[in-house]
Ligand binder design. Structure first.
Ligand code: NAD
Length: 310
């Protein structure tokens, strides 16, 4: 079976696939147009989040039997179009919880202790001690929207900071999970009215697009913080900009954007605000998560091949 690896994945997964006898072509920088031209030569396609696998690529991939995503979100792949053609879509949702949840607290601490502002100003020769009054997480309420793998890891870490943890999800787990993690279920609006820090961990779906919008920002507690490491379009960022500028919200930490990289003037204004900490979609950019993604995906491909489901 001939597989095209269209985004850079860790070498461990590549070695596993080669040892299992798959023929691999590594074209980590391939453009959309090139991909469309050559995809018919392959039975397998492996991507991360850079490569968009839309309906046109799937139509052109007449010999494709599977698409593998080394990572979590599948929003760069037209899964419906793939499945309609009998193409199996594989991903590795298991890999990101530690890395993303650690980033959540990295960004949050950076915002409330003004670490990135101090770092920037000191490198410019200043001593910005007067600007740096911050506050503690201890005793504050963390509201988690989306209580899956990442949401639950965030809950554990928030408890270590001695925060009260509340959550909202469309599926409410067994009450033993709530007891074990020491968390309470709140309806979405109640969570927004109660939380000092709101963090998003839902997938991007038609139901979660702009889940937080002007109407929702209005009911958030004055001085609250918003963290988004899920997907950019889960928030109406134009409305967020308004609520950050008005001072209704204390600040925001954003790892994901509707346009990556951000390109609209209002998006550039949003990321340039002093009370916004930003990173370029690095939630699972750790050695551990990337290694695990490539190994897991390689093993899933081998397993599916052995079961003849590819
Ligand atoms: P998960 O599937 O384990 O959890 C998602 C949770 O969201 C589930 O419990 C689900 O019931 C809930 N949910 C779905 N729709 C909802 C809705 N409309 N309202 C409320 N809850 C809803 O996924 P996960 O592994 O925790 O990852 C969450 C998301 O984080 C991913 O879908 C991905 O988009 C994003 N992510 C980002 C990065 C990054 O680099 N920043 C890395 C990994 C994952």
């Amino acid at each position: 079976m001939k597989i095209l690896i269209a985004d850079e994945i860790s070498s461990e997964g590549i070695d596993i696939l080669r040892k299992a006898g798959f023929e691999l072509d590594l074209k980590f920088d391939i453009t959309y147009d090139e991909l469309k031209k050559i995809i018919s030569n392959y039975e397998g396609l492996v991507v991360r989040s850079r490569t968009k696998v839309d309906n046109d690529i799937i139509e052109a991939g007449v010999n494709l039997r599977f698409i593998g995503r080394a990572g979590v979100g599948l929003d760069n792949i037209d899964v419906k179009a793939a499945e309609a053609k009998g193409i199996v879509v594989l991903n590795t949702p298991e890999i990101a919880a530690s890395s993303v949840s650690e980033l959540v607290f990295g960004m949050l601490l950076s915002l409330i202790r003004k670490i990135s502002v101090c770092d920037r100003l000191m490198k410019m020769g200043e001593w910005p001690k007067k600007l740096a009054m911050g506050f503690e997480l201890k005793g504050k309420t963390m509201g988690i929207i989306g209580f899956g793998r990442i949401g639950r890891e965030v809950a554990k870490k928030a408890k270590a900071f001695e925060m009260r943890v509340i959550y909202y999800d469309i599926f409410r787990p067994d009450s033993s999970v709530e007891r074990e993690l020491g968390v309470e279920f709140f309806e979405l609006d109640d969570l927004l009215k109660t939380s000092d820090v709101v963090t998003l961990h839902v997938p991007l779906t038609p139901q979660t697009k702009y889940l937080l919008n002007e109407e929702k920002f209005k009911i958030m507690k004055k001085g609250a913080i918003l963290i988004n490491t899920s997907r950019g379009a889960v928030i109406d960022n134009k409305a967020l900009l308004k609520y950050l500028k008005s001072g209704h919200l204390y600040g925001a930490c954003l790892d994901v954007f509707e346009n990556e990289p951000p390109k609209e003037p209002w998006e550039k204004e949003l990321i340039s605000l002093e009370n916004v900490v930003v990173t370029p979609h690095i939630g699972s950019m750790t050695i551990e998560a990337q290694k695990m993604a490539s190994i897991l995906l390689a093993n899933k491909i081998i397993e599916a091949f052995a079961k003849k489901s590819l």
